[in-house]
Design a protein around this ligand. Structure first.
Ligand code: D5M
Ligand code: FE
Ligand code: ZN
Length: 544
């Protein structure tokens, strides 16, 4: 009996002092009381790494609260079954009878059969009902988490020219499918057919090239399956000209205009666009971070530790602690570690110069986070995944220790996940560099404007062949087929938030202070500022 009680506490990672242990053994049902006491401690929010020692004082309070008295009756054995410790399943039972929280984890991980689940319930039900009734129920978190789109295992390209053709064809047709649903473009024509018509022409094409004439008009070279045509945007048409400033090479759009010889004079430019989406209720909180850069000299560990303490309910104002209690999901949009050899002479700026050790340190830090939060990790350009986008999930071979954390899910960059029905598009944000460089009015500081453009263009990285290396897959995985409820990005190291047509567009900043590289580009990071969607309301919590 004694070893059973001790192992109960040990399994729950709770210590018990000698006097309290002796006292428990004087009770009628020491095993049942131990189970109830452990359940009570856990239900009060014990964290895995909290050191809890049951003292006689604590035991007395518990006994008093539950009207349990010490009597000299014969001790009863509540767990009469002989547990076969050889069997893996029964070993699980042995643990679970002592730790309801562990049971929940196993259920969450789908690693528990119905039969075992029933057995556990049976064992738990043997705790006397009067004690059960007085014990607070353990917070059982039910996750309705789903990976809707992940490209980790879908990368088949061998880099052939054939792949390039099918890549662009796929991109064109997927976005065209969205455009043809636009009322204005229902009666569009193929480019090859417009030379017969004189009046209004409507075409859907990819921007092969664009330039500004010496008189400051804009010319787009537009291509579809059937041909090519030059489209002129006259600068007298101020509104249209302004809109055309946002157009980039390789995007797909609809054009309405009139044909003049071999030109189309545009009167309207139509993006695939974003229909307003209806807001869905969220009865939980989701936390968004990115660009932690663990292993870098400029990683702000102190701020990150404050963040961990907050999420675990141990730091912040009462209002902030209340938000922390609601947290169910934590999304990490890339650059978890600083990586190795990402830029020249990076080693001078690293505290950890080994990629596996960087992920070990990440596992240590993320492992501090309470286990009833699901952590979803996508890679960034500093992570150990291939750099070409779509980037497969952080590879297990470099991040074994991170993969050992039970509450972590690894997804590709970009990816789409459903958090209890809230569709979330996660993208690190490398293409922001290209858009900020190419488009007047777009900058790293205002990534919300860039996110809006990407949604309007329905593509994560519209410009092909610039700084963002794109893998020419047979299929274009970067097309935004469906509008998400949340669009979460990172990379620029500057927080931003905007709600656009009902979509929460969030850039989660960084935990890295300014690097030498960022000094040159005058990038001033917002460090340790963490966006949270608290039951649908945006909050920015500061840990800097
Ligand atoms: O990116 C950190 C910051 O540096 C972010 O603001 C983008 C900027 N950055 C990174 N690479 C480039 C290039 N090639 N051009 C311009 N700006 C860049 P990180 O991915 O964390 O290094
Ligand atoms: Fe970064
Ligand atoms: Zn980055």
């Amino acid at each position: 009996m004694n070893h059973k009680i001790l192992s109960k506490f040990a399994d729950a990672e709770i210590l018990i002092n000698d006097n309290a242990f002796d006292k428990i053994n004087l009770l009628d049902d020491p095993v049942a009381v131990s189970s109830a006491l452990i359940a009570d401690i856990i239900s009060q929010g014990k964290k895995t790494r909290d050191l809890i020692i049951v003292s006689t004082e604590m035991l007395d309070t518990f006994l008093e609260k539950n009207n349990i008295e010490i009597s000299s009756n014969e001790k009863k054995e509540y767990f009469s079954q002989d547990i076969d410790t050889q069997s893996m399943e029964n070993e699980a039972i042995d643990k679970i009878e002592n730790n309801l929280r562990l049971k929940q984890e196993l259920i969450d991980n789908n690693s528990i059969s119905e039969e075992i689940s029933n057995k556990i319930d049976e064992i738990v039900s043997e705790i006397p009902s009067e004690i059960q009734a007085k014990t607070k129920p353990i917070k059982e978190v039910e996750f309705n988490f789903e990976i809707i789109q992940d490209t980790s295992k879908k990368s088949y390209t061998c880099g052939d020219i054939k792949d390039m053709i099918s890549y662009f064809n796929n991109r064109y047709h997927r976005i065209k499918d969205i455009l043809v649903k636009r009322r204005e473009l229902k009666d569009y024509s193929n480019i090859a057919d417009i030379f017969q018509s004189k009046d209004v022409v409507k075409i859907i094409g990819m921007v092969k090239d664009l330039r500004t004439t010496k008189n400051n008009h804009k010319i787009l070279e537009i291509e579809d399956d059937t041909g090519e045509i030059s489209v002129l945007i006259h600068n007298d048409n101020h509104k249209l000209f302004e809109k055309s400033e946002m157009i980039v090479r390789d995007e797909i759009l609809g054009i309405i205009g009139s044909r003049k010889g071999n030109f189309v004079i545009a009167s309207e430019l139509i993006h695939p666009g974003v229909p307003r989406i209806e807001e869905k209720p969220m009865n939980f909180s989701t936390v968004f971070i990115s660009d932690v850069h663990i292993g870098s000299c400029t990683f702000q560990e102190e701020a990150f530790n404050k963040f961990i303490n907050w999420i675990n309910g141990n730091f912040g104002t009462p209002e902030q602690v209340k938000i922390a209690e609601d947290v169910k999901y934590l999304i990490v949009a890339g650059d978890i570690v600083d990586g190795i050899g990402v830029y020249p002479h990076q080693e001078k700026e690293l505290t950890i110069k080994d990629i596996t050790k960087q992920y070990d340190e990440a596992a240590r830090l993320f492992g501090e986070i309470r286990e009833d939060i699901k952590i979803i990790i996508a890679p960034g350009n500093h992570d150990a995944s291939r750099v070409a986008e779509p980037q497969p999930a952080v590879p297990e071979e470099y991040a074994k220790s991170l993969y050992q954390l039970k509450n972590v899910e690894f997804v590709s960059n970009p990816s789409i996940v459903s958090l209890d029905g809230i569709k979330t598009l996660i993208y690190h944000g490398r293409s922001f560099d290209d858009l900020a460089m190419t488009v007047k009015g777009l900058s790293h500081e205002e990534s919300d404007l860039i996110m809006r453009e990407l949604l309007e263009k329905r593509h994560i990285a519209p410009i092909y062949g610039e700084r963002t290396p794109l893998a020419s897959e047979l299929e274009d995985h970067l097309v935004i087929d469906e509008i998400p409820d949340i669009f979460h990005t990172g990379h620029v190291h500057i927080n931003s938030y905007k709600k656009y047509k009902g979509v929460h567009m969030i850039n989660s900043g960084t935990f890295q202070s300014q690097t030498e590289f960022q000094k040159i580009y005058n990038i001033i990071p917002t460090c340790g500022e963490v966006p949270v969607l608290n039951r649908g309301n945006f909050k920015l919590l500061k840990f800097n």
